[in-house]
Design a protein around this ligand. Structure first.
Ligand code: SF4
Length: 477
């Protein structure tokens, strides 16, 4: 029999079919991406750090499930005041509590540790646990979420804030008591029907639910949100079938029209806009990590830490491209060498083309951390040109499928140029590889190999921008 845990319960709140598929899914290790592995490791590090604030706590060591439940029972009977990873199972539902504290009146405080920063995002999770603890005979007097605090800074005595959510979860308990047994029945029965909603957009199971005949599923509506929910409720699954059921904004109207007309749209003055770019053109891309636990002076939890940049330079129309790059070797703080090499490469004239406002955000963050570099970084920011914003305002093709990321639009502009052949094929993976370099996980040969893969990946991104701009320049508008 399959058991229900808090993560599955939360999925069931959105879509029972997804809950069912996840409960029956067996992911083998190779399928877990480097980025997912990094998240697991980071979650464990945050948990360890949280536990270190309760020196008297006793850990129910990781072992088989039945052992953990038995050991938890023993600790509770032996009056242990603080237990980490206490395991409970009752009526097919199971949980592990990050921290439980026994209070003087024999009631308990539950502390759920989260790597996130917003306590109210975890109310259902905590309510599921409080319900199960009460069914197991423990009275929970107070429930807390202990999560990372972005106001804390590297070197502070704690990086956490603790929020009392006891009153907030109270209204959720009756619903959980009612739903949990039926969710348990569902995962142990036949696959349920799909519950179509905007959540389908980020669900990996769309091939289980949407017909392959639908070329432009409605969840691809650009920034569709609630409009997607409304359309699905009305039985509209295909963007081609939108008539006047809902009010679309300008960009959504453009998307639907392009799909129906089966041809792209572009603004008239696309060429003259692009002619205003000043040479030399710098195509710039940053790679960063966003560590939950700050690693260097001045950093808060989740501050971005840039470690790599790539820059293709076109000195003049028709000139061959020059490529410059920086990649930190993982020994110490990468930020200052990153800034120094960037300022040196970008000089003081020419348009710097980036894709999104990501680079601008990182530069602003660096200005705060390195005030002595404020002026040159501000000058770099003044020269930025956001190609993503430009594409969004001036061009749309049905092949974009409602997305404007480089990967969404590149196949249209340059079909032969894809990321498939790269060992590292997205920014999240690049960050995960650099985290491994920082942690010293690779031997020298592996490190050299992975650094070369990082160089290839970041250079690919800036070359992709060169190709996109070239295609836009060639449009006869
Ligand atoms: S694609 Fe949508 S309906 Fe299908 S499982 Fe995912 S969320 Fe549910």
């Amino acid at each position: 029999m399959l058991t229900l845990n808090k993560s599955l319960y939360e999925e069931g709140d959105t879509c029972k079919k997804r809950m069912w598929l996840l409960s029956h899914e067996k992911k083998d290790e190779q399928e877990i991406t480097l980025y997912e592995q990094m998240l697991v490791r980071e979650g464990e590090e945050v948990l360890k750090l949280a536990r270190s604030e309760f020196p008297k706590g006793i850990l129910v060591e990781e072992a088989n499930w039945n052992y953990c439940v038995k050991k938890t029972r023993e600790l509770i009977f032996s009056d242990s005041p603080i237990i980490f990873e206490a395991a409970f199972e009752i009526s097919g539902m199971r949980m592990k509590a990050d921290i439980i504290l026994k209070l003087r009146d024999n009631r308990y405080r539950l502390i759920e540790v989260k790597s996130g920063t917003k306590p109210n995002e975890y109310l259902t999770d905590v309510a599921f646990q409080v319900n199960l603890l009460s069914q197991s005979g423990l009275i929970v007097k107070r429930a807390e979420v202990m999560c990372l605090d972005r106001d804390r800074v590297y070197g502070d005595s704690t990086l956490f804030k603790r929020a009392d959510v006891t009153d907030l979860i109270e209204p959720l308990l009756p619903e959980i008591q009612q739903n949990a047994p039926s969710f348990l029945d569902i995962i142990n029965s036949d696959i349920p029907k799909p519950e179509y909603s905007s959540a389908c957009k980020s669900c990996e199971f769309t091939p289980h639910c949407y017909s392959t005949n639908i070329e432009y599923p409605v969840y691809e509506l650009y920034r569709g949100g609630k409009k997607i929910d409304t359309l699905l409720k009305m039985g509209v699954f295909d963007l081609c079938n939108i008539v006047d059921q809902i009010v679309l904004n300008k960009l959504q109207q453009r998307q639907v029209k392009c799909i129906k007309d089966r041809r792209p749209w572009y603004s008239r003055n696309i060429k003259s806009f692009l002619q205003s770019l000043a040479y030399p053109l710098y195509f710039l891309d940053f790679e960063t990590i966003q560590p939950a636990i700050p690693m260097f002076e001045g950093q808060h939890p989740y501050d971005r830490l840039p470690f790599q940049w790539s820059c293709h330079i076109r000195h003049n129309t028709g000139d061959p491209l020059e490529h410059r790059s920086f990649l930190h070797d993982g020994s110490g703080d990468p930020r200052y060498p990153f800034i120094e090499s960037l300022i040196e490469t970008l000089g003081n004239q020419g348009t710097i083309i980036v894709y999104s406002n990501y680079e601008k955000t990182i530069l602003t963050c660096l200005q705060k951390n390195f005030p002595k570099c404020d002026t040159p970084l501000e000058q770099i920011k003044d020269r930025l040109f956001d190609l993503l914003k430009f594409v969004r305002e001036h061009y749309y093709h049905p092949d974009f499928h409602g997305g404007f990321s480089i990967k969404s639009i590149l196949p249209h502009f340059e079909p032969s140029f894809d990321y498939e052949n790269l060992t590292i094929s997205d920014g999240l993976e690049a960050g995960a590889v650099f985290q491994k370099i920082l942690h010293g996980d690779y031997d020298e040969a592996e490190k050299e190999q992975m650094m070369s893969e990082l160089e290839k990946y970041c250079a690919y991104d800036t070359l992709a921008m060169v190709k996109i701009l070239k295609s836009l320049e060639s449009i006869d508008s």
